[in-house]
Design a protein around this ligand. Structure first.
Ligand code: AHG
Ligand code: MN
Ligand code: MN
Ligand code: MN
Length: 332
């Protein structure tokens, strides 16, 4: 379909979504409604995040999720909020979440979509007022509408995503998403209760001077990664690492940079999860001109085999990612 005309800064998310829907003759409106449901849950989580310190929402729940991480109260609250919004909307027949081991069936078997979500990204930053996020990935189901959805709906592979994005609860709250044509950022105006288009058609710089990784793991990184990081230091690039993937990615996207989560002794397959962290950011990044890879292939080409699988993850300005891959080639 033709590229729909770009709307001006200041357009509300609702209006933007409606405009896009009309621009695509085939759009039935369900995806639009689904995106609105995500925005609604995002507003609710924004509210919870902003008052967490006042109403006893900080700290651990005392339970572990399927990946063995201690769940924070806001991890669970965000999970519940997104699940509820996506269930109430009726367009989603099933979802998977970082915080839930198996598939969650919404009971709406007529829903055409499935969603993979990291409800709250950057758990370790919740209690210290540092930026955190939400990451989401949307597929059109492949099982027949009306039937029970199944695991295959989630195993379609990164290229099949129909929309993906994130919400960053930072110095402002922002929703950034794509349906594959352009990436647009909407800043939340809490006084109006609206997301407003503030960053139309985001493109990544071709090159950058920021690198982001957990330096404490350096000793267990691959030789190629160590070499690349040495080059970054020789060039006096800036080291920036928040420890919230969404926030690190967003900064690098706007300013030009590379994010690295290599294999470590603690996490030999890397730490980040393919379906609800790496795929959605890789899909969105691709539209902006970024590259997203592990040491072997493009992230979107990785064959999914399980709901919570992990992968090493390198994402950012194309020139920087290419240089990292060069280091891997030279190691062979
Ligand atoms: P989550 O909080 O959703 O479990 O994700 C944590 C991830 C990601 O947000 C972050 O970039 C990374 O873990 C930080 O890991 P380290 O603390 O190992 O650097
Ligand atoms: Mn977690
Ligand atoms: Mn995460
Ligand atoms: Mn999370």
């Amino acid at each position: 379909p033709a590229h729909p005309e770009v709307l001006p800064v200041g357009t509300t998310l609702d209006r933007y979504i409606m405009h896009r829907q009309h621009a695509f003759a085939f759009a039935t409106g369900e995806l639009s409604q689904l995106l609105r449901d995500i925005a609604l849950a995002g507003k609710i989580v924004h509210r919870e995040v902003n008052r967490a310190g006042l109403i006893d929402l900080t700290g651990e729940v005392g339970l572990q999720n399927v990946q063995g991480e201690a769940q924070q109260k806001l991890d669970v609250i965000a999970d519940v909020r997104f699940r509820r919004a996506l269930t109430n909307g009726k367009e989603v027949c099933a979802l998977i979440s970082e915080e839930e081991e198996g598939i969650l069936f919404t009971g709406h078997n007529n829903g055409k979509y499935v969603v993979a979500i990291d409800p709250l990204d950057g758990s370790s930053n919740i209690d210290v007022d540092v930026s955190i996020g939400t990451i989401f990935s949307i597929y059109r189901r492949i099982t027949p509408v009306g039937s029970e959805p199944s695991v295959e709906d989630f195993m379609q592979g990164g290229h099949e995503q129909v929309a993906a994005g994130y919400i960053l609860y930072g110095s402002s709250t922002m929703l950034v998403y794509t349906t594959g044509y352009s990436v647009n950022g909407f800043t939340y105006d809490a006084s109006l209760g609206e997301f407003i288009l503030s960053h139309p058609d985001i493109k990544s710089p071709k090159n950058g001077t920021i690198y982001s990784c957990n330096d404490g793991n350096l000793d267990s990184y691959d030789e190629a990664v160590k070499k690349y990081l040495t080059v970054c230091r020789q060039r006096q690039y800036s080291a920036r690492y928040i420890g919230s993937l969404v926030a690190d990615f967003h900064r690098n996207l706007l300013k030009g940079g590379i994010y690295l989560y290599p294999p470590t002794s603690k996490n030999p397959d890397g730490k980040l999860r393919l379906l609800y962290e790496c795929y959605p950011l890789a899909f969105l990044a691709g539209v902006t001109g970024c590259l997203a890879v592990n040491e072997q292939e493009a992230i979107l080409n990785i064959k999914p085999v399980s709901l919570h699988q992990r992968t090493p993850f390198y994402i950012g300005a194309p020139k920087m990612v290419d240089e990292l891959l060069e280091c891997y080639k030279n190691e062979k």
